[in-house]
Design a protein around this ligand. Structure first.
Ligand SMILES: [Zn+2]
Length: 242
């Protein structure tokens, strides 16, 4: 039985029995881990002091029979350092953090470490708790996630003909092809979006107007939806709260 200590953020929480919950946490050094928190609903005063809620960040100790085994690990201690409740004052920022937690949980494998993605999730949650603009925060998070999972699209050349991004003319984005398409290459593809140049600028972190930020968010979300094989259930609520 391995006893493991790590930093973590709570991505998902599900009631398991009268007294226990199953958690999906994203840890800094061990990636996503599924844990059972026995007795968590009965007592909050000793080993799970200060509560344990969605989007909380903290330090945990858990025991696992074998690292990388499919079975649930067992949470033995949790010390919260930042409460997810700090996000509850503003619906758009809460939904933005929930959006990030959902895609991180969907697009990472158990026990696959991504310390930079861990930092990216925590940076997004902390920035949102401090009042950062949610769309911009999420675009930065989407960029970090796509880089970490190796699915960041090619945005400086056409994925069809490999020529550098043309300076003029309409551009397209294809999720299946994994990046930009020029006007010469787009006609052969059915899966594509027309891409505004200001949106592209924002996607590569070279633009700063709010309308482009929301368009960049939508294009990255479109790509993430393809990768997940399903839409993010938080998307519609998030967009209507912005
Ligand atoms: Zn092309």
């Amino acid at each position: 039985m391995a006893i493991i200590k790590d930093d973590a953020v709570i991505l998902r929480r599900l009631d398991y029995s009268e007294t226990s919950q199953v958690l999906a946490v994203f840890t800094r050094m061990h990636g996503k881990v599924r844990l059972i928190a026995k007795g968590i609903k009965r007592s909050t005063k000793d080993k799970f002091a200060a509560g344990l809620d969605l989007l909380d960040i903290g330090h945990l100790t858990f025991s696992a029979r074998n690292v990388r085994q499919e079975a649930l690990a067992t949470l033995t201690e949790w010390v919260q350092s930042q409460a997810g409740a700090a996000l509850r004052d503003a619906l758009d920022r809460l939904l933005a953090a929930q959006y990030a937690a959902f895609v991180a949980a969907e697009l990472t494998e158990d026990w696959d470490p991504h310390p930079e993605l861990y930092d990216g999730i925590c940076d997004a949650i902390r920035a949102l708790a401090e009042g950062a603009r949610p769309v911009r925060t999420l675009v930065a998070f989407q960029r970090c996630l796509l880089q970490e999972i190796g699915s960041f699209p090619i945005l400086d050349a056409c994925v069809g003909c490999q020529r550098p991004t043309p300076a003029q003319g309409v551009l397209y984005f294809s999720s299946l092809d994994g990046g930009l398409l020029c006007r010469d290459c787009e006609s052969a593809r059915s899966e594509k979006l027309e891409l505004n140049r200001n949106t592209l600028g924002c996607m590569i972190n070279k633009g700063d107007d709010p309308d482009s930020a929301i368009d960049a968010f939508r294009v990255f979300d479109y790509h993430l939806t393809h990768l997940m094989g399903k839409p993010n259930p938080l998307l519609r609520m998030f967009l209507s709260a912005c």
